[in-house]
Design a protein. Sequence first.
Lengths: 121, 107
Amino acid sequence: EVQLLDSGGGLAQPGGSLRLSCAASGFTFSSYAMSWVRQAPGKGLEWVSDISGSGYITYYADSVKGRFTISRDNSKNTVFMQMNSLRVEDTAVYYCAKEVYTQSGYYMDVWGKGTTVTVSS
Amino acid sequence: EIVMTQSPATLSVSPGERATLSCRASQSFSSNLAWYQQKPGQAPRLLIYGASTRATGIPARFSGSGSGTEFTLTISSLQSEDFAVYYCQQYNNWPLTFGGGTKVEIK
């Protein structure tokens, strides 16, 4: 069974940092791109970032570019999101998701349960 | 950036009735569109990809259609477990973008 276990959320102060993790199982991890999608309280879904299976190609939403860094360790079947210079507006549930490749882009076929990030002073 | 607009924001439907949800894109593309279902306190679940292909395990009462700028998700006969929020997502271009969601509630 494909499973994603996201963790690392918590309370951070504005300007602070957090590191999210997502442990994957049940599929050949290095063969799939992975993404992070967030959902602010009471709001819709917002794609944040994704990373290719090799880890060499990454994309970011403008709202987090230069502050967040996605990475992966294929030996540990884990994807990470280093979140620096956090802002109040980064408060959200963060979901990791497994992506399926198409010639044009990626959609998310399996999602983690989410980890909550709260940025507040 | 492709902006995705969903309508209506809320749809009130009786169990057993048909529900039609719309998703409009600000730029035209062929079929790189997915639909997700999200229930309160849960992660989203993939329903449809390629605009019209049901994901594994998704009941046949869910169907997707459309291309260009207009896409539709149809639920042929609403079951109690279908009351949820539905999101469309385009994956034709980065950044990947979602619509604002349609909440399907019990009438």
